[in-house]
Ligand binder design. Structure first.
Ligand code: DSN
Length: 418
C-alpha cells in the first residue's frame, strides 16, 4: 500500500481541522487581514499540484513535466495583470514578506536608504522594522502619522525624503484605516529621484473591486498578499512595470526562493478569476460600507476610532475612552471567549507595549463574505461593548457567545457550516 490505510488515518489532525472549521464558522472573524476563501480556491490549493517541482517560469523550467503547470501559472499571470492593469506579474512569492524582500533584493543594495511607515504607526514588519531582515539589511527611515489627525502627513514625508534621499519609497500599511492616495507618494519619489513600491496587501481586494484607488499606474512595483481582502489562498504577488520585470523575476527565483508552490499559484489563479467577476465589485464596496457602519456603531458605544473613522475595510479602536484600565491584550482574550476574534493593536503614540497595547484592530472582510450587511454591524458593536463591560462576569461573556453563534448561524460560510 502506498499510503497508510484509512484504518490508520491521521484522525488527530483531521479532528483538529474540523474543530478549527467550527471555530471559524460559529464565531465572528474580525481580523482585518483574514477572510474566508472560496471552496474552489481551497480545492485548487489542495490539489495534485502540490506534488510538482517547477523552478523557473512558464516555458523556462529546470524540471520536466511542467506543460500543465506552465498553463496554470500563465493563466494566473494573465488574470492578475488584467485585474490590476499591470505590465508584468510574478505570482510565485510564498507570502507578502517574501514578495517585499524580493523587491528589495531586485531593486536596491544592502545599506541603501529606504523610506517607510513605522510599524507602530501602522506600517509593516517588512517596511524596515529593526527586528526584520528589511531593517537589518537596509537603512530604513520611518515616517509616522501626524499627531493632530493620525493621518499620513505628506509634508513630513517630503521633508524626510529630501533629508535622507532614499533609493526607494515604500507606501503601504497594515493598520491604517484611511485611503492611501498613490499620487503624493509618486510626486515625492520623483522629486528625490527614488523608486516607489506600494504594498497593497491589505487593500488588494478593495483595489481590485474599485473601492480604493489603484496605485499600479503610479508605482514602479506593487506587492500584495492574496489572502486578505482579495479572498484568495495564502500567498504573495508582485506587479511591476516592464522596466523592472527582469530584475524582479530574478530576485524571486533564483534570488530568494526555490521551487514555487504551484498549488498556491493555482489557488491564486482561481481567486483572480473570482475577483474579475462583476459581483466582486459589490463585495468590495460592501466591505467598506460595513466597516463604516461598524465604526459608527462602535463610536456610539463609547470607543474612539483612530483618525476618527475609516474609509477602508478596517478600523483601529482606542479602548482608553471606553475604559482606561482595559488593554488590547485583555480585550482580545475576553472577546475570544465570546467568539469574537480580533487582534490587539498599538494606537499611534501608544504608551503601552506592542504585547499589551491600548487598542484593537477590527476588519469586515470575513463577515462581509458571510453576507452580513450594515444592519448587522450595530449588533457586532454591541456584542463587543457588552463583553468588554462585563468582562469580569463569566455569565455575560457566555451569553454573548450564544448570541454570536446565533448570528453566525444565520450567515453560514460554507455549505457544511456547523
Ligand atoms: N499579518 C498581517 C496583518 O495582520 O496585517 C500583516 O502581514
Amino acid at each position: 500500500m502506498p499510503w497508510p490505510s484509512q484504518k490508520s488515518r491521521d484522525t488527530e489532525v483531521f479532528d483538529l481541522i474540523e474543530k478549527e472549521r467550527v471555530r471559524q464558522t460559529t464565531g465572528l472573524q474580525l481580523i482585518a487581514s483574514e477572510n474566508f476563501t472560496s471552496p474552489d480556491v481551497m480545492e485548487a490549493t489542495g490539489s495534485v499540484l502540490t506534488n510538482k517541482y517547477a523552478e523557473g517560469y512558464p516555458h523556462k523550467r529546470y524540471y520536466g513535466g511542467n506543460a500543465v503547470v506552465d498553463e496554470i501559472e500563465a493563466l494566473a499571470i494573465e488574470r492578475v495583470k488584467k485585474l490590476f492593469g499591470a505590465d508584468h506579474a510574478n505570482v510565485q512569492p510564498h507570502s507578502g514578506a517574501s514578495a517585499n524582500m524580493a523587491v528589495y533584493l531586485g531593486l536596491i543594495k544592502p545599506g541603501d536608504t529606504v523610506l517607510g511607515l513605522s510599524l507602530d504607526h501602522g506600517g509593516h514588519l517588512t517596511h524596515g522594522s529593526p527586528v526584520n531582515a528589511s531593517g537589518i539589511l537596509y537603512d530604513f527611515q520611518s515616517f509616522r502619522v501626524s499627531d493632530t489627525d493620525e493621518r499620513l502627513d505628506f509634508d513630513q514625508i517630503r521633508d524626510l525624503a529630501k533629508k535622507v534621499k532614499p533609493k526607494l519609497i515604500v507606501a503601504g500599511t497594515t493598520s491604517y484605516p484611511r485611503r492611501l492616495e498613490p499620487q503624493p507618494f509618486r510626486a515625492i519619489a520623483d522629486e528625490v529621484g527614488a523608486l516607489m513600491m506600494f504594498d497593497i496587501a491589505h487593500i488588494a481586494g478593495l483595489v481590485a473591486g474599485g473601492a480604493h484607488p489603484n496605485p499600479v499606474p503610479y508605482a514602479d512595483v506593487v506587492t500584495f498578499t492574496t489572502h486578505k481582502t482579495l479572498r484568495g489562498p495564502r500567498g504573495g504577488c508582485i506587479l511591476t512595470t516592464s522596466a523592472h520585470a527582469a530584475a524582479i523575476d530574478k530576485a524571486v527565483f533564483p534570488g530568494s526562493q526555490g521551487g514555487p508552490l504551484e498549488h498556491a499559484v493555482a489557488g491564486k489563479a482561481v481567486a483572480f478569476h473570482e475577483a474579475l467577476q462583476p459581483s466582486f465589485k459589490d463585495y468590495a464596496q460592501q466591505i467598506v460600507k460595513n466597516a463604516a457602519a461598524l465604526a459608527e456603531a462602535l463610536s456610539k458605544q463609547g470607543f474612539r476610532l483612530v483618525s476618527g473613522g475609516t474609509d477602508t475595510h478596517m478600523m483601529v479602536v482606542d479602548l482608553r475612552p471606553f475604559d482606561s484600565e482595559l488593554t488590547g491584550k485583555e480585550a482580545q482574550l475576553v472577546l475570544d471567549e465570546a467568539g469574537i476574534t480580533l487582534n490587539k493593536n498599538n494606537i499611534p503614540n501608544d504608551p503601552r507595549s506592542p504585547f499589551v497595547t491600548s487598542g484593537v484592530r477590527i476588519g469586515t472582510p470575513s463577515v462581509t463574505t458571510q453576507g452580513m450587511k450594515e444592519a448587522e454591524m450595530p449588533l457586532i458593536a454591541e456584542y463587543i461593548a457588552t463583553t468588554l463591560r462585563g468582562r469580569n462576569d463569566p455569565s455575560v461573556v457566555k451569553s454573548v457567545r450564544a448570541r454570536v453563534a446565533e448570528l453566525c448561524a444565520k450567515f453560514p460560510v460554507y455549505p457544511t457550516s456547523a
